[in-house]
Design a protein around this ligand. Structure first.
Ligand code: HEC
Length: 469
């Protein structure tokens, strides 16, 4: 037998052995350290059962791994990273996943009604197939809505049904299934009915979009849709090539028009946390431009040497939701923080929100980002979530149908797969109610022209509609 083949065989046998051992090891680690609280058969005891379809702190394997390693703050569930090494944690987490009767990644059943404090909600599943990672949604009129797909498509929902053909002639995007780039949010001009402008944020690279290492950055354009064709495209925000980055992650990409008609958008830190504090760099910021892409004269950094003049606020790790308070007119924003540091903030001109100098979280690897949570000259969040729910969209309730919820803020979460209703009194969150839990990653929330609440889910990719029964 030649040497190479021999080594190959031996390595394989070795791995098989490790695999078998880790399966066994997972079960025995579980019995030693976990069964006391979660039960010998994972059936629950002093702590909840670990056989379930709705995972309180995240269903994906990486979330279960992290919850075991770092624990769940303010509960009896300590971080086992001090006792067990990563291989052992992986083994016990694989053991838990393998013990499920329904695998965590299986399609979840969506209830047809939801009981909440004030309403029993009817849940209608409008689109259950044909969408691929839907991201942003915007209603054109009572019958039609546009939906972006991260892979780089604009789809149309007509009377609650997915139109087969995507909009044609849309621009290419730096999309890789394994990365987080692609098409993000879509928005309509406040004067859409007369001018037809539609706004789009997406990850953009000059040249080869299939090259994962091509320098890229979030870009904002507008165009019109005529006869199902994307036409009259104009670039509103694009940085020079020297400011594009390779291997970026956390692109922001949320778009929002305020009542004055300014267009706000976010760019996340692109995995370059320190750039969030650098006015010359686009990462980790919120921007404000006019609808034609020009820079409003009263933007906070227009007179600062070398600053990007579209910047409106800095130190924002990854803003994923904007919503304007119906009464105060203030813009609230949700920010995807590090582990344990998701934030809800009020957007103020020229403000530094602190990332990564101050934060309530730590890196997802467990590394400390900063020991500080407070610093003068840096804003404090209205609230933060520890553990992180992976907060994403935000929408104030204004609908007549939900009069008991008026001026409440709905927020959606990706990893925790939740919709929460936040009651806001004098700019403080005085109550949080869980509306929906564990049916999919909540990417987008929109009040439709009919007053219903539309929810864009990922995994499974779906559109559902909520109305009071
Ligand atoms: C001292 C009791 C205790 C021990 C021991 C313990 N846990 Fe937990 N665990 C908890 C509690 C309590 C919660 C839930 C907290 C809550 O519901 O807010 C929890 C939650 C979890 C969750 C998250 C469940 C979800 O719905 O998202 C996982 C996963 C988990 N434990 C795994 C483990 C593993 C693996 C071990 C052993 C290495 C272990 N636990 C040991 C008390 C314990």
């Amino acid at each position: 037998m030649n040497r190479l083949r021999k080594t190959f065989l031996l390595t394989n046998i070795f791995f098989l052995f490790v695999l078998a051992a880790s399966g066994q090891e997972g079960a025995s680690i579980y019995q030693t350290y976990c069964a006391g609280c979660h039960g010998a058969q994972l059936q629950g005891g002093s702590a909840e059962t670990l056989i379930k379809t709705i995972w309180k702190y995240g269903r994906r394997g990486d979330a279960i791994f992290r919850n075991i390693k770092f624990g769940i703050p303010s509960t009896e569930m300590i971080g086992w990273g001090k006792v067990l090494n990563d291989v052992q944690i992986k083994a016990v987490s694989d053991f838990i996943i393998a013990s499920q009767t329904i695998p965590p990644d299986a399609r979840r059943t969506i209830p047809s009604t939801l009981k909440t404090k004030h309403y029993t909600l009817k849940v209608e599943q409008l689109i259950t197939a044909g969408l691929h990672t839907p991201w942003g949604m915007e209603f054109l009129d009572p019958d039609r809505a546009l939906i972006t797909e991260r892979s780089g498509a604009i789809r149309t929902m007509i009377n609650g049904k997915l139109n087969e053909g995507a909009v044609e002639g849309v621009p290419a995007t730096a999309y890789q299934p394994s990365t987080t780039g692609g098409y993000f949010d879509i928005a309509l001009d406040p004067k859409y009915k007369t001018n037809g402008w539609i706004y789009l944020a997406f990850s953009h690279t000059n040249g080869d979009h299939t090259n994962k290492n091509a320098p890229s950055m979030t870009k904002v354009i507008r165009g019109k849709i005529k006869n199902n064709q994307w036409v009259e495209q104009q670039t509103l925000f694009e940085v020079p090539d020297s400011l594009k980055v390779t291997g970026g992650n956390r692109w922001g990409g949320r778009l929002f028009f305020d009542k004055e008609g300014f267009l706000f958008f976010s760019i996340g830190d692109m995995a370059r946390a320190n750039d969030s504090q650098d006015l010359r760099k686009p990462s980790g910021k919120v921007f404000r431009i006019s609808s034609d892409g020009s820079i409003p004269k009263d933007n906070p950094f227009v007179r600062t040497l070398n600053a990007l003049p579209a910047i409106y606020s800095i130190g924002n790790r990854n803003v994923q939701g904007f919503a304007q308070h119906p009464e105060t007119g203030e813009i609230w924003m949700t920010e995807h923080g590090p582990m344990g540091g998701d934030e809800l903030n009020i957007l103020k001109k020229g403000t530094n929100y602190g990332w990564p100098v101050i934060t309530y979280g730590v890196d997802y690897s467990g590394e400390i980002v900063s020991n500080d949570t407070v610093k003068s000259g840096m804003a404090q969040p209205v609230i933060y979530w520890t553990p992180s729910i992976a907060v994403c969209p935000a929408e104030f309730v204004t609908s007549q149908q939900f009069s008991k919820w008026n001026n409440n803020l709905l927020v959606g979460a990706l990893a925790f797969e939740e919709i929460r209703r936040l009651v806001i009194t004098n700019n403080q969150v005085t109550e949080q109610e869980m509306i929906l839990k564990g049916v999919g990653r909540v990417r987008e929330l929109k009040t439709g022209p009919d007053g219903a609440i539309y929810v864009v889910l990922n995994e499974p990719d779906m559109i559902i509609r909520l109305t009071p029964q």
